[in-house]
Write a protein that binds this ligand. Structure first.
Ligand code: LAC
Ligand code: ZN
Length: 465
């Protein structure tokens, strides 16, 4: 289909792009194993524009891929089948701040970090935080129900969205919940849109509540003896302190970060198989002492091999870099990524079981473990050897996925904790969701998106294979 004459039907307020470089850039996300192949990019500037785009797409049966900062890791924002990408980067204004409600209304293209900074300027805090904060956009955060490093204390973005304005795939504009704290009037459609990965509608306005500025905190970086020690250390800290982050990475992960970023140095001499970043609120001397006692008791029990507590902001930032820069340090290996979860009670047994599976199935491949272990969420990246072709590599990883996911199913866990399903996890959805559940999801999609123009083929296929 020649799109050029059709694009001319759109209102002049909507910019478009069809040049090769833009098509490549806007057609992909941070997964790098799909060839981007959109047919155009359109840039709405308002809800009205977004509605016109939907009406236009319905008229011509054009598939749309909603697009934010494209930092996703499951291919939900990938356009590889001549779709039209709807980029929200020109809808990037902070629209209003409501001091009494402590709420801020933004357009979807606002960068996550900008919102965090805005909250700070107001003496408040937006607690959804993760490594890609400098590029990811609020609309994408909503579409994927973003998690990150502070979920353990503050929960997912779902907890912070008080209102959404959306244009559904049918072209209707809905204002969902209107920032009410209490609203017992039937189905909460706002929550349905959160995490729907752009399959039901275009989010054009988001209202988020902010919270009070975080209390002073101490950040521990600990080397622990083995995987088994991890949850024991967690229990020790959680019992004694208010834990605001509990993150894990392995010596292998640290090695990659240290070699990618030469300005960083090993935190201490002891080489431990596993490291933990533990952030705890320390409001007074007493809570500092309590945290230090938790640390000492972990040392005395032989669970913690070594550790340091950050002395200042710069040191804290560097500690965080050991964990947050892993994705960037690994990117040259185009890793195959798993993002999985089980309940925290199941973590130790689950980890040792999948470790066994990996040792048998991936004896020759390098595997990097890290994640938000205090939420039961592990990121497992399998590095592609430079001499292995991508399709062959993906095929091999997917074969192991089937074993990994059977283990997850056995433990009642999730094949995607926070990165979403998109394209890459779609074949495995049934390990976490029953066929009845998926069937209900299909029916819901048909109601909101009768012509299936919104991100078709993402999360699930409309017709079961
Ligand atoms: C992280 C991303 C990969 O936790 O979710 O670093
Ligand atoms: Zn993560």
């Amino acid at each position: 289909m020649d799109l050029a004459p059709l694009l001319k039907e759109l209102p002049p307020t909507i910019q478009t792009a069809i040049d090769k470089a833009s098509l490549k850039e806007y057609g992909r996300d941070w997964t790098r194993y799909y060839e981007p192949n959109p047919s155009a990019i359109v840039f709405p500037k308002s809800t009205d524009d977004a509605q016109k785009i939907i009406q236009w797409a319905r008229r011509h049966k054009i598939a749309l891929v909603p697009s934010g900062g494209r930092t996703g890791l499951s291919g939900a924002a990938v356009a590889k089948n001549l779709e039209v990408v709807v980029s929200f980067e020109k809808m990037n204004r902070i629209l209003s701040f409501d001091e009494v409600n402590q709420c801020v209304t933004v357009e979807p293209g606002v960068i996550t970090e900008e919102l965090q900074n805005f909250a700070k300027e107001k003496g408040l805090y937006f607690p959804v935080d993760f490594a890609s904060r400098g590029s990811s956009q609020i609309g994408g955060n909503v579409a994927t129900n973003a998690g990150g490093i502070k979920v353990i204390k503050y929960g997912l973005i779902r907890n912070w969205v008080t209102s959404l304005k959306v244009v559904t795939g049918s072209g209707d504009v809905l204002e969902l919940n209107k920032s009410l704290v209490k609203n017992a009037t039937g189905y909460d459609l706002r929550q349905l849109f959160i995490g729907s990965e752009g399959t039901l509608g275009l989010v054009t306005e988001v209202t988020l509540k902010l919270t009070q500025a975080p209390k002073p905190a101490n950040l521990f970086l600990l080397g622990v003896a083995n995987l088994d020690a991890v949850m024991k250390v967690f229990a020790t800290f959680r019992k004694a302190c208010d834990v605001t982050a509990f993150e894990l990475f392995t010596e292998k992960a640290l090695g990659h970060v240290l070699s990618a970023f030469s300005e960083l140095n090993r935190p201490f001499e002891t080489v431990a198989p596993v490291y933990l970043l533990v952030e705890v609120e320390t409001v007074n001397d007493e809570s500092v002492q309590t945290a230090l006692s938790a640390f000492e008791s972990g040392m005395n029990d032989g669970l913690i091999l070594d550790g340091v507590v950050s002395q200042n902001e710069t040191q804290s930032k560097n500690f965080w870099r050991f964990r947050e820069d892993i994705t960037e340090a690994l990117s040259k290996y185009t890793p195959y990524k798993n993002d999985i979860s089980v309940t925290i009670a199941n973590v130790p047994e689950f980890m040792s079981e999948i470790d066994r599976v990996f040792q048998i199935e991936y004896p020759d491949l390098e595997i990097i473990w890290f994640g938000h272990i205090g939420d039961g969420n592990l990121h497992i990246s399998i590095l592609k050897p430079f001499d292995l072709e991508m399709p062959e590599f993906v095929k091999r990883c997917q074969k192991v996925d089937a074993l990994l996911y059977s283990t997850i199913q056995k433990f009642g866990g999730s094949i995607s904790a926070e990165h979403g399903v998109g394209l890459s996890k779609k074949p495995f959805l049934h390990f976490t969701r029953s066929s009845a559940e998926v069937q209900f999801m299909r029916q819901i999609k048909k109601i909101f998106d009768p012509d299936s123009i919104l991100n078709p083929g993402k999360i699930f296929d409309l017709t079961p294979l």
